[in-house]
Design a protein around this ligand. Structure first.
Ligand SMILES: [Zn+2]
Length: 267
């Protein structure tokens, strides 16, 4: 149970929940600032996150949620400052299994390792209400002193998906708008046309490093391939259960630390 920490640079740490299937586990980003720290996304909420992060910093922590899905918003309620897009605010304030997209396939696939989380059941799991304290939208700026993020509204996967764009370092924290895996564009509030427009926008932003909502970070060459495959209809995830069944043997031990690059369709 708990979390693992991977230091990416002096001020960027990747945090991952343990005991969650590696294709489902969201990337939690801890950015250390001069006056306060930022946490981007908060995992499923299986274990307390804030107090675990506080062992690694002495500054106040503000949380940003890239969107309201259960794998990103589970520990948001622990933070006093909760920033996100207005279009996700209703789900975050009144989360349910269906609105956070936990219901359905994810309740039928064992995405949580019961050896590590013996109390977990799909029937009793829920995301706690975490009303946003601050709305952030296109053009807003979060200034950590040592790093400045511009907020990008990147809808499609969900209506209020956002990205955090560090233009100076050409680094985009892209949430689920773009990650190195099959993109989910047929959820109840997804919009494929809007998603495509978001991808076209990302394609020409000039990003050098993508720190995404899932799977490993990547660069512009890989970005072009992911988007080209999506455009050709080869990189979207329709029926989750069917995807899981057809990839079951390839996925191996889904709770082990693995080279994720073997888990997703490659060039
Ligand atoms: Zn999502």
């Amino acid at each position: 149970m708990g979390y693992k920490r991977f230091k990416i640079s002096d001020d960027i740490t990747l945090i991952q929940e343990t005991g969650v299937a590696n294709f489902m586990r969201c990337n939690i980003w801890h950015i250390k600032g001069n006056s306060f720290d930022l946490v981007i996304d908060t995992g499923m909420g299986l274990d307390p996150l804030k107090q675990w992060i506080m062992r690694d910093t002495n500054r106040p922590i503000k949380a940003v949620v890239t969107h309201s899905h259960f794998d990103h918003s589970g520990c948001l309620h622990e933070f006093d400052v909760r920033m996100g897009h207005k279009a996700e605010s209703d789900v975050l304030a009144n989360p349910s299994g269906s609105t956070t997209v936990f219901d359905g396939a994810w309740t039928r696939i064992a995405i949580v390792d019961l050896d590590q989380h013996p109390d977990f059941t799909a029937d009793t799991y829920s995301v706690k209400a975490a009303p946003l304290t601050h709305y952030i939208d296109e053009g807003d700026v979060i200034d950590l002193g040592n790093r400045v993020f511009q907020i990008l509204h990147l809808p499609g996967h969900s209506p209020g998906s956002i990205g955090l764009w560090d233009i100076k370092n050409k680094t985009l924290f892209s949430g689920d708008a773009l990650y190195d895996g099959e993109l989910l564009d047929s959820l109840y509030h997804s919009d494929k046309l809007v998603y495509m427009r978001t991808l076209e926008r990302i394609e020409v932003l000039g990003v050098n490093v993508f720190h995404a909502g899932h799977y490993p970070s990547f660069g512009p060459e890989r970005m072009r391939k992911i988007i080209a495959d999506y455009r050709n209809g080869e990189n979207s995830l329709g029926d989750v259960e069917q995807w899981f069944d057809s990839n079951r043997s390839r996925l191996g031990n889904i709770f082990a630390d693995q080279d994720w690059r073997g888990l997703v369709k490659k060039q």
